[in-house]
Design a protein around this ligand. Sequence first.
Ligand code: AMP
Length: 399
Amino acid sequence: MKIIVINCGSSSVKYQLFDMDGPAILAKGVVEKIGLNGSFIKHESNGSKNTFEGEIIDHQAGIEYMLGILISKEHGCISSFDEIDAVGHRVVHGGEKFNSSVLITDEVIAMLEECIQLAPLHNPPNLSGIYAMSSLLPNVPQVGAFDTAFHQTMPDHAYMYAIPYSLYTKHAIRRYGFHGTSHRYVLRRALEILAGRNVGRIITCHLGNGASVAAIVDGKSVDTSMGLTPVEGLVMGTRCGDLDPGIITYVMQCEDIGRGTVNTLINKHSGLLGVSGVSSDMRELEAASAKGNERAQLALRMFRYRIRKYIGAYAAAMGGVDVVVFTGGIGENSDSTRYEIAKDMEFLGLEFDKDKNAGVRGEEKIISKDGSRVTAMVIPTDEELVIAQDTEAIIRAEK
Ligand code: AMP
């Protein structure tokens, strides 16, 4: 079965074509700068990488261009669209309506349109991808996999905000959590790798440009650091994470700015970038910090400290912890970040192994000492594979 996984952002479309019999990736790439000057597609298949330039005015044009490359004699890997059995879409916000991946029907599309107000930046491009595929490959079934779905098992005391209850009933204001596909993938791998060991209480740390932590009991998410939107929780590349809500109105008043500007401020100009003034990128911050840049050092300390606090909080919430998993670009690659987060946690039962951790990049590895009651591990995430597998399972069940 061949499945194409699509992840539509505001001006980009990432894609991967899977042959599920491997599973193997037949082609992958990204359509960039949609609707902007200088749009292009970076495409990889059959071991070669190519860039295609051209005017790409919207998501549909980008997807049509990409599909053309997939069947082209020179750069493609399939002979016709009939070979594509299904499309899997990443959908950011499923609200309370979706607790697992679903076959996309007209009814589902209508429900997704209702979720737009919860994720005005993310869901519209996701829907554009669905509309585009519906018109370009009308006979191919589509599946939606939601970033929020995995966290729908959170209990109400974890997902409610302490604001008037009517705001929940009227506007669905509550915590949803994101990165669910990634937390779910690394959870599954952890269970496979640690089969037979004590794994009832797991903390998964997805540390990338966006970052979140999840508390998982018996395979179910019971809390996570992101909330109604992906701004809550950890210090991120450009998002502030947890903040005294009083700051919002105070800054609006002091700086005489409106809600759009304050929204940009907390989403795009805060976090590692805002504190350091150097970069949102961990590699650049580590380099600046090594050269003695004090604000870069402060940003890194804040980033790690926030994660340590969440690990402690979730261990308390779950009555202990058995496994701590690191994933995402930073979690998978930055050994110094992992060390600074997980050192001196013997009080929690975690004996971190500095030597095992050193130099681990993008590979599955246990980084706690043999005999440590709590296992710490690195697991590279693979959200596209989860979406492809969910899509395959749903399509097979429909047949
Ligand atoms: P993601 O959003 O998951 O792609 O992660 C992006 C983040 O991972 C950026 O902050 C990168 O600087 C960071 N990252 C990627 N590779 C490394 C590395 N080798 N060392 C430190 N950070 C890295």
